[in-house]
Design a protein around this ligand. Structure first.
Ligand SMILES: *[C@@H]1O[C@H](CO)[C@@H](O)[C@H](O)[C@H]1NC(C)=O
Ligand SMILES: *[C@@H]1O[C@H](CO)[C@@H](O)[C@H](O)[C@H]1NC(C)=O
Ligand SMILES: [Zn+2]
Length: 522
């Protein structure tokens, strides 16, 4: 057998996975649309004409039977995937399908919701949002300056005296529910004082003012401006939450108080133990309240006989799903279940915010495997909520605050591992991982070029996908994010909206707040 035949035979044997290393194109123009040359991949068996026609007809039938639920939304469950860009949702779906064997036909739970819209996250002073200003938009209905939370654009980042002016405070939809005499709760796997949950209860000129030391070291006076932890315990909205679950104990206790798990003091300078103050405060009010800090105690809470529940499960953020100690920390679906059990005792209705907060942190580190597993944890939490609620009285919304530069690059074959290798560069001859980032700590270029990712352990839970520009922490990106909605009045979400439209439409459906209300028009 000649050399050429041998070459062709090995191509056949290796099949579509084989990629031919190309010389760089001579004509620059051609590079932009030429797929690197390789054996044609085989289609997935069964995906012929009849399959796709039937698939579309089934979808059409489903679409035709969707009717608008023109009725009051008694309950609202708001799921927020922090940094969960559209591309993150796509990649998480591929990742889930790779695990279940459904591959590209897999869906995330919210992708089967009847109504979908897009949200424009730019802020009053920036094209690319941070989580605090966007929380102000999607929870309080007002766009704000980047890095501020629960205040309008009169308050510039870090201006304590402007924070004091209550005319600039933007009450959240949680407050609107409370004003209507309904129950509220907030759940996150990030610190409970972090930007997203803070949007539900705090008014701060700087999202980093999670405790008094942050204000002090920031050059402001913490006896004048309340920090975010203090606002959670004593603030107008925070003190009335029936359920508070998340991480971040360090912001509630003084440096002289040793944390139960961490074995060192908290971050506060004012001597306070806000956890004990919360427990004592509820006792003084004569209401039944529980504080828990580990999974066993949490799962043992008698929700039927507990009016108020505070769970703080970590010194800082709760651990990533892939690093979690299952004996110590509850999952996001478990926290969602318990929160709903607590809140649904209020037969008049409730508002619950659930954040998948660590999708964002993983992408800031350019670790896509963690970003996708965190997204799938949110998927399970949404499934939990669906299984515990009545679609006729509960509106469930899933959205993100802003995007990340996680990209899904061409041209992986069908049923590929989305966290694996994709194409081969026709310039440097090296493969790329299908997922890459725009910037961040995944930057690996050296004077001799970029390293070959096939030499790295891509299964490592801390593998960083390559990024184009170095940063310690990657940037958010500015494109639209999705809004997926089911339940009463989900049809109010079918367009491209300013992000601050979201709580106005929810308030209309739930008949709370002081804007238009379904109940005053019916
Ligand atoms: C801070 O806010 C106060 C009160 O709104 C305002 O008078 C002052 O000019 C602001 N300072 C800066 C530096 O913007
Ligand atoms: C929801 O309401 C519709 C129309 O009133 C009814 O047909 C359906 O059975 C209800 N679904 C549930 C789960 O109660
Ligand atoms: Zn972020």
């Amino acid at each position: 057998m000649g050399l050429i035949c041998h070459f062709l035979l090995s191509l056949l044997i290796l099949g579509y996975a084989q990629t031919i290393y190309m010389m760089p194109q001579q004509k620059g123009e051609e590079k932009y649309h030429k797929r690197s040359e390789r054996a044609t991949p085989y289609p997935v068996p069964g995906e012929d004409m009849a399959f796709w026609r039937q698939n579309a007809q089934n979808t059409l039938q489903y679409q035709l039977q969707i009717t608008n639920k023109v009725q009051q939304a008694k309950n609202i469950i708001f799921f927020l995937g922090d940094g969960m860009s559209i591309s993150t949702v796509t990649a998480a779906r591929f990742h889930k399908g790779y695990q279940t064997g459904n591959y590209e036909h897999e869906t995330l739970v919210w992708e089967e919701f009847p109504h979908v819209a897009l949200s424009k996250p730019y802020t009053t002073n920036g094209q690319v949002a941070d989580s605090a200003s966007s929380a102000t938009a999607y929870l309080c209905g007002v766009k704000a300056n980047t890095y501020t939370v629960g205040v309008d654009s009169n308050v510039l980042e870090g201006n304590c005296s402007a924070q004091l002016n209550t005319a600039y405070h933007t009450p959240s939809i949680a407050q609107w529910f409370q004003d209507a005499g309904l129950s509220t709760g907030v759940v996150t796997n990030a610190r409970i004082t972090h930007a997203t949950p803070a949007g539900a209860y705090a008014h701060a000129a700087n999202r980093d003012w999670e405790d008094d030391s942050d204000i002090f070291y920031g050059g402001e006076d913490p006896t004048i401006c309340d920090d975010i932890a203090e606002q959670l315990i004593y603030g107008e909205t925070g003190k009335n939450f029936k359920v508070i679950l998340g991480g971040g104990r360090r912001h509630f206790i003084d440096g002289n108080i040793i944390d139960v798990e961490e074995g060192r003091g908290g971050y506060r300078l004012d001597g306070k133990d806000l956890i004990t103050e919360w427990i004592n405060g509820k006792a003084t009010e004569g209401v039944s309240a529980s504080y828990v800090w580990n999974r066993d105690d949490f799962l043992a809470v008698d929700t039927a006989n507990t009016e108020y529940l505070l769970g703080l499960f970590a010194f800082s953020h709760m651990d990533y799903v892939l690093e979690r100690d299952p004996a110590m920390d509850p999952t996001l679906p478990e926290m969602t279940r318990v929160a709903i059990e607590m809140l649904k005792k209020d037969t008049k209705g409730y508002f619950l915010l659930v954040e998948g907060g660590r999708i964002d942190h993983a992408s800031h580190s350019n670790v896509a495997r963690k970003a996708l597993s965190e997204t799938l944890e949110l998927d399970e939490a949404v499934q939990m909520a669906l299984s515990l609620t009545d679609p006729n009285d509960t509106l469930i919304l899933v959205t993100a605050d802003h995007a990340h530069s996680l990209t899904v690059n061409g041209y992986p074959d069908r049923q590929s591992d989305i966290l694996g290798l994709g194409d081969v560069s026709d310039v440097d001859g090296l493969p790329l991982t299908t997922i890459l980032y725009g910037n961040g700590p995944g930057y690996q270029c050296t004077p001799t070029g970029r390293p070959d990712p096939s030499l790295s352990d891509l299964e490592d839970i801390n593998y960083k996908q390559q990024a184009a520009v170095p940063f310690d922490s990657s940037h958010h990106t500015g494109e639209e994010v999705g809004i997926w909605v089911t339940g009463p009045h989900s049809h109010l979400f079918t367009g491209v909206y300013e992000q601050n439209y979201i709580p106005h439409a929810l308030a209309y459906a739930a008949c709370v707040g002081d804007g238009l209300s379904f109940c005053s028009t019916k």
